[in-house]
Design a protein around this ligand. Structure first.
Ligand SMILES: Nc1nc2c(c(=O)[nH]1)N[C@H]1C(S)=C(S)[C@@H](COP(=O)(O)OP(=O)(O)OC[C@H]3O[C@@H](n4cnc5c(=O)[nH]c(N)nc54)[C@H](O)[C@@H]3O)O[C@H]1N2
Ligand SMILES: Nc1nc2c(c(=O)[nH]1)N[C@H]1C(S)=C(S)[C@@H](COP(=O)(O)OP(=O)(O)OC[C@H]3O[C@@H](n4cnc5c(=O)[nH]c(N)nc54)[C@H](O)[C@@H]3O)O[C@H]1N2
Ligand code: SF4
Ligand SMILES: [Mo]
Length: 691
């Protein structure tokens, strides 16, 4: 018997991007564990991925190409050969590529975060044929944009410093579920005497374990940050030297913050004045005493109309109190801007012969249903889905399903499993899992470049996404040499070699070692050097003004709230959020029986007062609805949901729910203030006992 250990990387859309060690016995992967030597993974994986071999060897894996034989959405398919599948696809795409290439749309996101199995060969293919571009906005672009205006790039406090902080604000994130290895550091900080404060409308697993939990209504974080600024300024809890040297716009900011006394903030957020004041004082006084104060701001604050502004306001706080002076101070949103990845070399936008239109992945429901017009261009007639499950994850789901059900829409889905989306495909192509292919990974929660070596041969007739697009290119008659590059050749181009952050390794050494930390300063903005146009932290942003936005931190009400739309709120009085369930990863893993069993069934958490008003008891089946649609879930009556809030942990596969629906039935396709991002948590609903 031969046993080997292969170095790999977790492919999932999670900030932790863990280093994996895969045990292979006689060509079979028998165990996946965390690399004990990797500083953030530290030998620990989450429950989902410690069972990764179950995913790879699942009896439900798609292992052969399939052709639909039933109605769209019905899920009836027959096995066909790769030749038949490629011929069928080329037969549909070739004439479109020749006449109206923009009628072809790729639809993909972060099913794998790998640079190769993500957009490398795929984008070469779509660029060459001149397909519509996809605006990949479904997750992070609101906050990333707000952060960029303020700090300059997605660079912030290193996760490996947080254990030294004395105060950590966990703002709009539930790291126990979705950023586990950050939580390890936060707990270490707690043991070292740090105070942890969660800011979250819901008493999440994480909020329960913090010293304090402040529960503002969804979409009001920007106001809370303004209230903190107000108190910091009024009580002179500022670092005047840092402000003078490394920021611009303090005077106009001061005037703006003056409009946000704690009384006003408390009213807007639905919390107490004392909570606002105490939060600012704790933050400002500890900073003034020279203690490192840190903020982990996450995606919870971004999924509302003013999501970009919320992140921008929060990103101003460390500069006001000089928290960036400490390696363990400052703020982390995402570390993605630290990586010298070379996307142009991988994706080859130079292959695009002329500019093509861009379609926002958030509005896929409307856009697939849109007729041809002068402004829109041709109707979308073919969609190629990979690394994503739009029928479950995109907002306003009944529209999305209606769109994918279009008889004249040609749909190809590259997948591991027969997802809700795959049920609508004309052709399903089996893709390899992380154990079966090569990849290179960056991360958004740490600073390591990661290599993924294949551990086993592809199962059945599954192929890597890269190979599928190579074959499609060949079948379409595209002969650019770029389609002949191997995955290893792609990997060698994945990051810029002469970049100071990555001079100490190349693909060969990365493959052997599995991971390498980037050269980055421990305290990135201790001496200013912000990546903004001014080089300073921009309280006032000329760029925002040019982009037609308020140049100062402000507050934008939700589309749907009692304050912004009282009429709607009278009909639909509860604010619904649908954040990640711990045992799922977006809609991945919902089909894993053991993980689904732990989550039970779709739930809706309701405050006891809201439940009583509606005659709803714990365990009742309830219907959640608004003008866009409805879904059913089992009520959990719990004070974890503050009054006025409904929480449906997500994202369930529709077909595994009793009514064939999920939380996205009620979410809308409206976009955020900046970054063209979704507003999943800007949703009013009513809840009633299900008939
Ligand atoms: N287990 C697991 N891990 C995941 C994922 C998953 O699905 N499952 N998804 C991955 C992906 S794609 C992403 S983007 C990240 C997401 O990472 P996070 O943003 O950390 O996601 P959550 O863990 O849901 O934390 C969001 C928290 O924000 C709260 N929240 C909702 N609205 C608001 C608001 O308006 N203000 C404030 N202050 N809080 C609010 C929610 O109640 C929730 O507890 O996690 C990644 N990791
Ligand atoms: N209501 C609500 N909706 C949400 C969210 C929310 O909080 N609430 N969160 C949003 C967020 S943050 C995000 S990021 C999106 C995520 O949405 P998606 O990016 O669509 O994520 P998943 O649902 O995990 O679907 C990824 C799919 O890719 C497949 N896959 C994985 N690896 C590979 C591969 O190598 N090749 C191929 N071909 N396929 C592969 C997986 O099997 C899986 O079905 O959902 C968004 N939708
Ligand atoms: S999903 Fe996140 S925590 Fe789990 S193994 Fe992957 S990177 Fe690590
Ligand atoms: Mo995400």
């Amino acid at each position: 018997m031969t046993t080997t250990q292969v170095r790999a990387a977790c492919p999932h859309d999670c900030p932790d991007t863990c280093a994996l060690l895969v045990t292979v016995e006689n060509g079979v992967a028998t165990e996946v564990k965390g690399d004990p030597e990797h500083p953030t993974t530290a030998g620990v994986l989450c429950t989902k991925v410690s069972r990764y071999t179950e995913r790879t060897y699942s009896p439900d894996r798609l292992l052969y190409p399939l052709r639909r034989v039933g109605k769209k959405g019905e899920g009836k398919f027959e096995r066909i050969s790769w030749d038949e599948a490629l011929d069928a696809i080329a037969a549909r795409l070739k004439p479109l590529a020749a006449t109206a290439p923009e009628a072809i749309l790729p639809y993909s996101y972060a099913g794998t975060m790998g640079l190769l199995q993500g957009e490398a060969m795929a984008m070469r293919f779509f660029n060459t044929i001149g397909a519509s571009q996809l605006d990949r906005t479904i997750c992070a672009t609101a906050g990333a944009t707000g952060y960029r205006y303020t700090v300059g790039a997605s660079i912030g406090t290193d996760i490996e410093q947080f254990q030294n902080a004395k105060l950590i604000l966990i703002w709009g994130g539930n790291p126990i579920a979705s950023n586990l290895h950050f939580w390890t550091r936060a707990q270490e900080a707690k043991r070292n005497g740090a105070k942890l404060i969660a800011i979250d409308p819901y008493r999440s697993l994480t909020a329960e374990k913090c010293h304090q939990h402040i529960a503002p209504m969804p979409g009001t974080d920007a106001a809370l940050a303004l209230g903190m600024m107000h108190v910091l300024i009024a009580e002179d809890l500022l670092d005047h030297d840092y402000i003078a040297e490394h920021t611009i716009g303090f005077e106009p900011l001061k005037a703006r913050a003056a409009e946000w006394p704690p009384e006003r903030v408390a009213r807007v957020c639905g919390i107490t004045e004392a909570e606002v004041r105490e939060l600012a004082r704790t933050y400002g006084q500890m900073a003034k005493a020279g203690e490192p104060v840190a903020i982990r701001v996450n995606y919870g604050v971004q999924r509302v109309r003013g999501g970009g502004t919320a992140v921008r306001n929060i990103a101003c706080l460390p500069a006001l109190v000089g928290a960036w002076r400490h390696a363990a101070g400052g703020v982390q949103l995402s570390s993605s801007g630290s990586f010298p990845s070379d996307k142009p070399a991988l994706q080859r936008s130079d292959l695009l012969k002329q500019p093509t239109r861009t379609i926002n992945m958030v509005t896929i429901g409307d856009d697939l249903l849109r007729p041809a017009s002068a402004e829109f261009g041709p109707r979308v007639d073919a969609v190629i889905v990979y690394n994503s499950n739009p029928v479950a994850v995109a907002p306003d789901s009944s529209k999305v399903a209606e769109a994918f059900a279009r008889e004249d829409l040609f749909t190809v889905v590259l997948e591991h499993f027969q997802t809700d989306t795959a049920d609508y495909a004309d052709i399903v192509l089996p893709a390899t899992t992380q154990l079966e292919h090569t990849d290179v990974h960056t991360a958004y929660g740490h600073l390591y470049m990661m290599a993924n070596n294949p551990a086993i041969a592809p199962l059945g007739e599954a192929k890597p996404n890269t190979e599928i697009f190579r074959l499609l290119a060949a079948r379409m008659g595209l002969d650019d040499p770029c389609f002949r590059e191997s995955d290893d050749e792609l990997a060698a181009k994945a990051f810029r070699k002469n970049d100071a952050r990555a001079v100490h390794f190349d693909w060969e050494s990365l493959k052997r070692k599995g991971w390498q930390k980037l050269n980055m300063p421990a305290a990135p903005f201790a001496h200013g050097n912000f990546a903004t146009p001014s080089g300073k932290c921009e309280f006032y942003s000329e760029t925002m003004l040019k982009d037609g936005l308020d140049p100062l931190p402000g507050y934008i009400e939700n589309y749907e709230s009692a304050a912004s739309n009282p009429e709607l709120a009278a009909k639909y009085p509860l604010a619904m959020i649908s954040p990640p369930a711990r045992n799922f990863l977006n809609s991945s893993f919902v089909n894993v029986q053991s993980l689904r069993a732990t989550e039970g069934e779709p739930h809706l958490d309701l405050n006891p007062e809201d439940a009583a008003e509606r005659g709803i008891n714990h365990g009742d089946m309830v219907r959640i609805f608004n003008d866009r649609g409805s879904f059913v879930a089992k009520a959990r009556v719990t004070p974890k949901a503050r009054k006025g809030l409904a929480v449906g942990l997500s994202i369930w596969w529709k077909k595994l729910a009793s009514d064939g629906k999920n939380a996205n039935e009620v979410t809308s396709q409206r976009l955020t203030d900046m970054g063209r991002a979704p507003t999943f948590y800007d949703t009013l609903v009513q809840v009633e006992k299900a008939a």
